[in-house]
Write a protein that binds this ligand. Structure first.
Ligand code: NAI
Length: 506
């Protein structure tokens, strides 16, 4: 499908944070853009803010003054809505309120030609509901940009029940033409990103609530071991707890209180205290100035004897860890086994979603240390481990010593199921699998959305493929068993992939 020709005029309604950014994106692509806001002078200041943004690029020699002037010159603030009548695409970015948006769309339908596409930048309102009262609901589509629109690559192209495929495809092609990474999604609560990302925050919040460790350590583990750009507490401090908590509540309520999306009391309390994050000077961290960010908990160097490392079977995704251990001068003995390492008194194994204490009792291996998943064991700089309650102090020290020998900092956690990265990734994959199962988007669009929208190091479904559906399925089953909660029920798609030995990507 063809993208909209650049000769076609675009209108953006609502000149706030998102509207101004979207106007900039369209003008940069070469369109003339009408910018309208009901507040006096808001459209002018929207255009001014675009000019300021572009000036910064000129100052850094990333753009010429002429280019910047041309882009700003293509944005035309208009005070009357009727002035956008000849636009071929109108993108509304007004207040997030169904009835106000519906009123605006009805007005636009009256003013604009029948071919005009009406797009909404809503992040939480159903496109189906927005279009329902219009004469031509087939031309209403979601065009969900991320903040800041000029910088964030992702655009979710959201199809409501009545949206025509042609309209969705034109918007997809247009977003791509504007330099964005578009994905298709059906109009379901949270679309792709705001739904699939929930476990990233929820699992860390739960681990914090259960005193597995503290916030700086969880952040450090998800960054250093998980490969995520920011930890969940750093990120929610940046997003604002009011905003992040509201999105969680909205998704939770929209899915009829599915426990998968259960909001956190810890975050609720931060909101109630006005500790909204960076913008209020305090969230999980203190931004009032002069306070150093707390360091993650790291085990001091542990001494170990000169005993060999006994490798019993294959370590699966953690195999590269062995290569790092091999690079040290420790003697290695390999033999068959269930996939674990013995060093001194310690037995180390990758978490399977059970608590170390439970697994130790079940397997009769009492000095058990379970270690966490890493995005890339060949480069990981920090790894979480948890000891079985039955383990001796010597075993704890030996387990830490072995990981440290490989040049990796150790964060010793209280024994909770699935450690940090493994349970987060398993739950992200679970949510992504359910979204795919329900036809919200294709697996590749889901992965693309999580990478382009949130800079995830890998799409959750590709990551699941890499780990093996069986492993992810087992981790979820063990989490579900540990907690006795529906929250961890494995998606039918992961279940099927496990039994069929199939992958999301062939
Ligand atoms: P904002 O509050 O910065 O801007 C909204 C603008 O719309 C205001 O300037 C307001 O005067 C104007 N407005 C309100 N009612 C209007 C009407 N009937 N006609 C014309 N103008 C009207 O809000 P923001 O953050 O730009 O959000 C706008 C939309 O984008 C919302 O639907 C929001 O859910 C969505 N969104 C927001 C993101 C964010 O991070 N802020 C990210 C993605 C989507």
């Amino acid at each position: 499908m063809q993208a909209l020709d650049i000769q076609i005029n675009i209108a953006v309604i609502g000149a706030g944070a998102m509207g101004a950014g979207i106007a900039q994106v369209a003008a940069q692509a070469g369109h003339r853009v009408y910018l309208h806001d009901q507040r006096d002078a808001a459209a002018d200041s929207g255009r001014d803010s675009v000019a300021k943004q572009l000036q910064r690029r000129v100052d850094k020699a990333k753009m010429t003054q002429q280019e910047a002037d041309d882009i700003v010159g293509r944005i035309r603030p208009v005070s009357e809505l009727s002035e956008v009548a000849d636009a071929g695409l109108v993108i509304e970015a007004i207040v997030e309120d169904l009835s106000i948006k519906r009123t605006l769309l009805a007005e636009l339908e009256r003013l604009c030609g029948q071919q005009t596409i009406l797009a909404s930048n809503t992040s939480s309102i159903s496109i189906t509901a927005l279009a329902a009262e219009l004469e031509h609901p087939e031309r209403v589509v979601g065009m969900h940009f991320f903040n800041p629109a000029p910088l964030m690559a992702l655009v979710e192209v959201v199809k409501g029940l009545a949206t025509s495929s042609r309209v969705a495809e034109i918007i997809h092609a247009t977003a791509a033409n504007w330099g964005k990474t578009p994905v298709f999604a059906t109009s379901t609560p949270g679309f792709i990103v705001n739904r699939v990302a929930r476990p990233f925050y929820a699992e860390a919040l739960r681990l914090l609530q259960e005193k597995a460790t503290d916030a700086p350590t969880l952040d450090a583990l998800l960054r250093e071991a998980g490969g995520f750009r920011m930890g969940p507490f750093e990120l929610t401090d940046l997003i604002g707890h009011d905003v992040n908590y509201a999105v969680t509540c909205s998704v939770f309520n929209s899915y009829y209180q599915d426990p998968r999306f259960l909001p956190s009391l810890i975050q609720k309390e931060l909101v109630e205290a006005g500790r909204l994050g960076r913008k209020s000077g305090q969230g999980f961290y203190d931004y009032s100035g002069g306070v150093d960010k707390p360091l993650p908990r790291t085990e001091p160097a542990c001494k170990s004897g000169s005993t060999p490392v006994i490798v019993e079977g294959k370590l699966g995704p953690a195999e590269p860890l062995l290569d790092r251990i091999r690079e040290t001068d420790v003697e290695i003995i390999e033999r068959d086994g269930p996939g674990q390492l013995r060093f001194g008194e310690a037995v180390l194994a990758l978490t399977d979603g059970r608590m170390a204490t439970e697994r130790a009792a079940a397997d009769g291996v009492f000095n058990l240390a379970v270690f966490d998943l890493a995005f890339d064991y060949s480069k990981v700089t920090r790894l979480a481990i948890a000891m079985a309650d039955q383990a001796t102090d010597r075993a704890t020290s030996d387990a830490c010593a072995l990981i440290q020998r490989a040049g990796i900092a150790v964060s010793l956690l209280e024994d909770r199921p699935g450690l940090v990265v493994m349970r987060t990734v398993a739950m992200l994959a679970n949510e992504a699998a359910d979204a795919a199962l329900q036809g919200v988007a294709t697996p590749s669009d889901i992965d693309l959305a999580m990478k382009a929208g949130l800079n995830y190091p890998e799409g959750p479904l590709r990551w699941s493929d890499r780990l093996g559906a069986g492993r992810v399925f087992q981790v979820l089953r063990n989490l579900q068993d540990s907690y006795g909660e529906d929250r961890y029920r494995p998606s039918l798609l992961l279940r099927k992939n496990h039994f069929a030995e199939r992958k999301f990507y062939s």
